[in-house]
Design a protein around this ligand. Structure first.
Ligand code: 44T
Length: 877
């Protein structure tokens, strides 16, 4: 609430107003009074307008009214948000920021709205700005840490730390410039590094463009710090929008770029280069006229690329993209229908991506190659006809001899980037580089076991400037089995699947067999209906231990509650001291015993409500939102004998989405509320403890929040990999340029989405309990804790990875650090590594502020007989 003491006193207010214009003063003071009155009446919209008027007319009142103004703004914005008046909401923030352009609280709050509406980059920019204005502002800090990855993606650190890559690019650029390419354009300059290389090599004119605002600003800072201000012209735009002479005076002789992602084309390099050849580059060196000097011809670094692929079996990929279990938490899953992840190379659906990315070498559980690496594509970036022809090229088919035995889970793709004729970089899984590989998961509903002797038929095409690789069929014993069909190797099939390519090579007999095999099966040959689940949702659904634990814990709770009710007699035990019972008395129309109400407020897709409903005598409410997902739950309910009325969708009933946590009905309380505590990335969910406090008030006697407690564990590790992904390391300049201090502003101390089981690191201690969050008794919680842990080996502690044990009740718990888990782990990276000797006691000061964790580490040494403790070596994050 606004501070009552800030209410103006008439005399004082009059003194502070400019005196020369009595009418204006009158207006200001009346408006101020109206603003305060409206605020008191909770009419925030009108209050806001009055405040705007007051502060615009009398800026001198800004200091005095800022708190009430902010309060009004936030309340009004929440109202506009729930009314869906998004434009109005942002207009209000704009107006507020005109008055208070450096108010970190308003900037941070606007960031939160932007974030909720999906404008992540803009949101991140706001959090960063708020933090710059007030570096210790906890809300902005927490928000910024959560989104910094979008602002400056973590691979920037890896790339800048990859000396081999930096050196190779520098050499290639230097050679080209010294060979006569003296006008240069760096497309997607990032920190400006390649442009600076060109300038340093002696290029006369260097231009650079960058589409991300944050990266553009960073590049400007870096270039200035390296004394090249004015010598490199940096443009904040996408290269495709650049024109000669509007943006650069004339065509250039060299384009340098590293706008390539793990799948090579994902950053739009094909389109950028076609545009560059047509509009920004001098004509290429031609065979007809080889005498033209390099300064009058155009060329590109990298000169081209070779793309490789390989089929793999990998359980980790499989469980993120396909349903792998026939039963979870006592529910048969068959009726769910076909479930897909949003990664598919055959789908026309806009919401899907053709590939995802992984570092194969770091996949938990590893992978098995099923074929040798094959050459999928060669592309010459210096040949515009070839670039233009790429997307109109026929789909090419390759037949790959299967060399390993296993289930086909994905095609993995990587490439060699040919910088020039001599030098190339590889992103292969065996290379010692920071690169990830592109993963094209197989989305078929059934497993297809491959074995040596088979041939895998892969189609390679380029659509929407993405390279697409699709395993379409397997040839075995002279038969072809289409992978998008019913995948029983005993039943060859011929009908085209969604990709619509009839299989020409099947003989008549096989065709007949195939037709017969399909008769009487449920599957149709047309495009199949499927439901999309995010990868983490799919992995969660595949997580049997998780669901079985909930199944057991819910069953136990219901038994306990039934016992309690039978002791207390009917119509007791609902915690009804708050509200009188209004149910009809039992009689001939007895509706049966009062149900137990269970609410599942998990984020995204969750079957926990259904597991609760399957207990009988339970009315379960799911907060699954998407219609398609609700349909899956309904199908599962029907197939598992759960009565229709036992499962309801909570959000369909709740009017205000912000008020998800409320009673099941006016006179009822919940028997259980299931809260989602840990995000897939490994962090505690925001506002978890606030939700738990609220949820506790809505529980009946004996009711429970699931989980009741979560315990955070961590350990000391030495991991250079984590350092390389967090910040540009070392004191030495990068290729002689001063870049690190600028990009390192975007370092965040908490690393998320970590696969701790495959992280390259040395364990320097056993795991240790760091923190407990008690959801059933939030008063029992604390925000700081000192934990002592003994070093089990000597080394440099660079990070403290952490994970959670989620206790559903006293006996049953699940860990987020488990091979079936959909959760990843997180780690606090220490600001300074801490040297430890085996046996040293390390003191960890653990803080949980909001829901972000911070840890600092120091070594304790017993000093003398008095037992005093001296902190001799310290490292704080
Ligand atoms: N990711 C690879 C690197 N841009 C991709 O805004 C690499 C992935 C990777 N600017 C692990 C490790 C690694 N015009 O700042 C970005 C981007 C910008 C453009 C202007 C354009 N047409 C574009 C296109 C992109 O270029 C910068 C670099 S692009 C991505 C590099 C170690 N996982």
């Amino acid at each position: 609430m606004p501070n009552a003491s800030t209410r103006p006193k008439r005399g004082r207010r009059n003194r502070r107003l400019p005196r020369e214009d009595p009418a204006r003063n009158e207006l200001v003071s009346r408006s101020l009074e109206s603003a305060q009155q409206c605020l008191f009446n909770q009419d925030y919209g009108t209050a806001f307008v009055h405040y705007l008027l007051v502060l615009n007319l009398a800026p001198v009142l800004k200091d005095f009214a800022s708190e009430s103004f902010r309060f009004t703004l936030f309340k009004w914005a929440d109202e506009l948000d729930s009314l869906g008046r998004i434009q109005d909401l942002f207009d209000c923030y704009e107006q507020a920021l005109e008055l208070f352009p450096t108010d970190e609280v308003i900037i941070n709050s606007m960031g939160e709205h932007l974030f909720r509406m999906g404008f992540r980059d803009e949101a991140a920019g706001h959090f960063h700005k708020a933090l710059k204005l007030k570096p210790d502002y906890p809300e902005a800090k927490e928000n910024f840490y959560r989104v910094a990855n979008w602002l400056v993606e973590r691979w920037h650190f890896l790339m800048l730390n990859d000396r081999r890559r930096n050196h190779k690019y520098q050499q290639a650029i230097q050679k080209a410039v010294e060979g006569g390419c003296n006008t240069v354009l760096d497309i997607g300059t990032g920190t400006g590094i390649l442009g600076m290389c060109a300038k340093k090599a002696g290029a006369a004119e260097v231009y650079a463009c960058e589409l991300s605002k944050t990266m553009y600003e960073l590049a400007c800072e870096v270039v200035t710090a390296n004394g090249m201000n004015g010598r490199i012209k940096i443009l904040h735009m996408k290269s495709l929008e650049m024109e000669v002479p509007k943006d650069i005076p004339k065509r250039v002789s060299l384009v340098v770029t590293e706008t390539v992602d793990a799948g090579l084309f994902g950053e739009g390099i094909i389109e950028s280069l076609i545009h560059a050849w047509n509009h920004l580059l001098l004509p290429p060196q031609s065979t007809q006229d080889p005498s033209r000097p390099p300064s009058q011809t155009g060329r590109v670094i990298p000169a081209g690329a070779t793309v490789f692929g390989m089929a793999v079996q990998c359980l980790e990929i499989r469980r993120h993209h396909r349903l792998c279990v026939s039963e979870v938490g006592g529910l048969a899953t068959a009726a769910a229908g076909e479930l897909h992840s949003p990664v598919s190379c055959s789908s026309e659906d806009d919401s899907t991506e053709p590939y995802t990315t992984e570092r194969l070498s770091r996949l938990p559980g590893g992978y098995t190659p099923l074929t040798e690496p094959f050459n999928a594509l060669d592309i010459d970036f210096n040949n515009v006809q070839e670039l233009e022809g790429l997307c109109s090229r026929e789909v090419s088919r390759v037949r790959l001899p299967v060399t390993g035995e296993g289930l086909l889970d994905a095609l993995a793709v990587w490439f060699q980037l040919h910088l020039d004729q001599e030098s190339s970089l590889s992103t292969g899984p065996k290379e010692d580089t920071c690169w990830e590989q592109a993963i094209y998961p197989v989305q078929t509903p059934h497993n297809f076991p491959l074995r040596p002797g088979d041939e895998l038929i892969v189609e390679i095409s380029c659509r929407d400037a993405y390279l697409r690789l699709c395993s379409v069929a397997v040839a075995r014993d002279g038969q072809e089995y289409r992978l998008d069909d019913c995948l029983d190797p005993d039943k060859p099939r011929n009908n085209p699947g969604p990709s619509g390519n009839p299989n020409p090579s099947l003989n008549a007999e096989a065709e007949l067999c195939s037709a017969l095999a399909c008769l009487g099966t449920e599957q149709s040959s047309g495009p199949r209906d499927y439901t999309m689940l995010e990868c983490a949702e799919m992995a969660l659904l595949n997580n049997q231990p998780y669901h079985d634990s909930f199944h057991r814990a819910l069953a136990k709770l219901i038994i306990n509650l039934k016992d309690a009710r039978s002791v207390q007699g009917p119509s007791q035990g609902q915690g009804l001291e708050v509200m009188p019972l209004t149910d009809p008395p039992s009689g001939p129309m007895d509706p049966g015993p009062d149900p137990f109400y269970v609410l599942d407020v998990s984020e995204g897709f969750s079957v926990l409500s259904l597991i609760a409903a399957s207990q009988g005598q339970v009315k379960a409410y799911s907060s699954v939102e998407k219609a398609q997902h609700q349909a899956v739950l309904r199908r599962l309910a029907r197939a598992n004998g759960v009565p229709e009325e036992a499962l309801e969708f909570w959000l369909n009933q709740v009017e205000d989405e912000q008020a998800v946590l409320q009673r099941p009905s006016r006179e009822k309380l919940w028997s259980a509320i299931i809260l989602d505590c840990v995000e897939t990335c490994g962090l505690v969910r925001q506002k978890l403890m606030e939700k738990a406090t609220l949820a506790r008030c809505l529980l009946e006697d004996g009711g429970q929040i699931f989980p009741e407690r979560i315990v955070l564990y961590g350990m000391l590790v030495e991991s250079d990999t984590l350092l390389l992904e967090s910040a540009v390391q070392g004191q030495e300049p990068t290729l002689g340029f001063n870049i690190a201090p600028f990009i390192n502003q975007f370092t965040v101390p908490v690393h998320v989405f970590l696969d701790l089981s495959t992280l390259q690191c040395r364990h320097l201690s056993d795991s240790v309990e760091l923190f407990i969050l008690d959801l059933m008794n939030t008063n029992a919680n604390y925000t700081n804790r000192d934990v002592k842990v003994q070093a089990s080996a000597s080394g440099r502690v660079t990070a403290v990875p952490f994970w959670y044990q989620i206790h559903l009740n006293e006996e049953i718990s699940v860990s987020t650090f488990n091979q079936d888990s959909h959760w990843k782990q997180a780690a606090v990276v220490l600001h300074q590594p801490l040297a430890v000797r085996e046996g040293d006691w390390v003191q960890l000061a653990v803080t949980l502020q909001k829901s972000s964790i911070s840890i600092s580490a120091s070594i304790e040494e017993e000093a003398g007989e008095t037992g005093t403790v001296d902190s001799v070596r310290e490292s704080a994050q």
